[in-house]
Design a binder for this molecule. Structure first.
Ligand code: PLP
Length: 425
């Protein structure tokens, strides 16, 4: 194991410290105001991170219960990932991903294909962000079925670029851009496959796919009832729709399986991946069964869908290293084991507390549903002051999201969970 020795927090200034505060002031002058929340009590500016520890510019050390938006599954700056990126950066920093690609792209796509739930043959389109992967999936639906309509779910989050945003449920994200959204998505109740079929009847476009997160991430770590994915698979098969699983958050061991759909042995038609794929390098992928993906026309020099940085060599190198680390360090099993223990600790520690409505999750994707957003914000703030980083999630911000690096040391995990429980009281 590369990191069973997560250090406990060490807070040496007020939080945020003076350097963070000074940087926040400067940032206010130069960054668009919608991006970073510059509250009096946040942000801290990160200076370095390794494993499950983060150190800010004031020298405060934290335990990270968020893995940087669920990205650092193998830990921040895993030495194997770092040296893979360094070596690749020196050899070939940038290639021509869809014209004269690097050998790494081939190796990575082969490695991903070998992991595809249900096996191959599989085809993949690489990109940079999770939203990109969702865009590719939505385009694939049009190419493969000729239909634009999609059934997605209340509470679902698939990214904020315009195509993905059309399938992201939260109205706060959608409203300002409504006139630019095609409106080809209908939203069903999460966890209810029958409602998905009912919702499809309301769609203004013929439906080509169901798009779903196996566990909702930003929606508040919502775990659907057992059998939900299987029911969606059956629905899609019956209606001739494609099943798109958005595993941008749940993929790469986060829930105690390589992919969360494996808990129900469900095989998707299209699979969206990001975040933990390259452990901190910006890389994403839309994978699909060959019989669906082969609807795309063969490129004759002008790719119908691509990006400048498609197959970015250092990101591919990071992904290959990250896949090897997940496998060789047994991190998928570790997520299952630590997750079970963490759930038990949090459930026992919060039983009977008014502040907590529910503790839920799978693997190291855990949510503590609080009695309101104010509570979640207060706990988040108090945790940060004590040296524990976590974020609120859920449409109303009332859920505390616990998605630590899977390599987190057990002592530090227990310590951090105690801090969270302490701050809840
Ligand atoms: N899909 C899911 C399930 C996500 O959780 C996210 C981001 O949180 C996205 C898509 C969008 O990814 P990105 O922010 O990299 O565009």
């Amino acid at each position: 194991m590369s990191d069973v020795t997560t250090l406990l927090p060490e807070i040496v200034t007020e939080v945020p410290g003076p350097r963070s505060r000074e940087l926040a002031k400067r940032l206010a002058d130069v960054e668009s105001r919608n991006v970073t929340c510059l509250a009096p009590d946040a942000p801290i500016f990160w200076e370095r991170a390794s494993g499950a520890n983060v150190v800010d510019v004031d020298g405060n050390r934290y335990v990270d219960l968020g893995a940087g938006f669920g990205v650092a599954n193998v830990g921040h700056a895993h030495p194997r990932v770092v040296s893979a990126v360094q070596e690749q950066a020196e050899a070939l920093l940038h290639g021509m991903g869809d014209v004269h690609p690097s050998a790494l792209k081939v190796r990575l796509l082969e490695a991903l294909a070998a992991r595809f739930p249900g096996g191959g043959p599989v085809r993949t389109v690489l990109a940079s962000s999770g939203s990109d992967a969702v865009e590719t999936a939505l385009k694939t639906v049009m190419i493969a079925t000729g239909r634009a309509g999609v059934v997605a779910f209340e509470g679902g989050y698939h990214g904020l670029s315009l195509g993905a945003l059309d399938a992201t449920a939260r109205s706060g994200f959608r409203e300002p851009f409504r006139a630019r959204l095609p409106g080809a998505t209908v939203f069903a109740r999460y966890g209810d496959a029958e409602d998905a079929e009912r919702a499809a009847a309301r769609c203004t476009e013929p439906v080509g796919a169901v798009l779903v997160e196996p566990i909702q991430g930003r929606g508040g770590e919502r775990v659907p009832p057992e059998g939900f994915l299987r029911a969606l698979r059956a629905l899609c098969d019956r209606r001739g729709w494609l099943l798109i699983l958005d595993e941008v958050y749940t993929g790469f061991g986060r829930t105690g399986r390589w992919f969360a759909c494996e808990h129900e042995a469900v095989v998707p038609d299209l699979l969206c991946l990001g975040k933990g794929l390259a452990s901190g390098m910006p890389l994403s992928a839309c994978m699909g069964r060959a019989e669906v993906m082969d609807a795309w026309p063969t490129s004759s020099g002008e790719a119908l869908h691509t990006q400048t940085y498609l197959g970015h060599p250092p990101s591919c190198a990071a992904a290959l290293a990250s896949l090897a680390v997940l496998e060789e360090e047994g991190l998928v099993e570790r997520a299952a084991r630590l997750g079970e223990r963490a759930l038990a600790i949090l459930r026992a520690g919060s039983a009977g507390r008014e502040a907590v409505r529910e503790v839920r999750g799978r693997g190291l994707m855990i949510g503590i549903a609080c009695d309101g957003a104010e509570r979640a914000a207060r706990v988040t703030r108090r945790c940060l002051e004590t040296g524990v980083i976590l974020l609120p999630s859920g449409d109303d911000g009332s859920v505390l999201s616990i998605t630590p690096p899977i390599v987190i040391g057990e002592r530090a995990l227990h310590f951090a969970l105690d801090v969270v429980l302490g701050c809840l009281s």
